[in-house]
Ligand binder design. Structure first.
Ligand SMILES: [Zn+2]
Length: 154
């Protein structure tokens, strides 16, 4: 039997979410420190760059509105705004939205020893000088280190 990739993805999605809810309980908070706290609806969000696997560390808890921002891409926003006649998409709008999204990060030595915790990757950049974007790529797993440190979502 030939199942479409979409269907397989959906099955996997449900299986992983059921597993998360079963072992870790339902998502009950939003890990974005700038959360506008508009909703009581929380979900596990797959961390960008991670795979749908039975690994708690691949997910963060976000409310519905922060999840929407988290999943938003510049391209996606451009497409959406093009559909609305005559409205141009300002790059700023995306940056403003992203600024509202800050997820706590931990800094570790290359050997894996905990050093410090920061309220956001932007704050970590301010205090350590390691670029925000490099920290993000390290969290996503694209880089092993950033600025000589290992970074993880706290
Ligand atoms: Zn939120």
């Amino acid at each position: 039997m030939n199942m479409g990739q979409n269907k397989i993805d959906k099955l996997l999605y449900h299986r992983i979410h059921n597993w998360l809810n079963y072992y870790y309980g339902k998502a009950d908070k939003c890990e974005n420190i700038h959360c506008p706290k508009k909703t009581d609806y929380f979900t596990y969000a797959l961390i960008k760059g991670k795979k749908y696997e039975k690994k708690r560390s691949n997910f963060i808890m976000l409310c519905r509105s922060c999840h929407a921002i988290y999943d938003l891409t510049k391209e996606g926003m451009k497409k959406k705004s093009q559909k609305m006649k005559g409205r141009k998409f300002p790059d700023k709008a995306y940056d403003t939205l992203r600024k509202r999204l800050s997820i706590k990060v931990n800094q570790y030595t290359r050997a894996g020893k905990f050093i410090a915790s920061f309220p956001s990757s932007r704050e970590a950049e301010k205090q350590t000088g390691v670029q925000d974007s490099s920290i993000a790529l390290c969290i996503k797993g694209a880089y092993k280190h950033a600025g000589g440190f290992i970074w993880k979502i706290a």
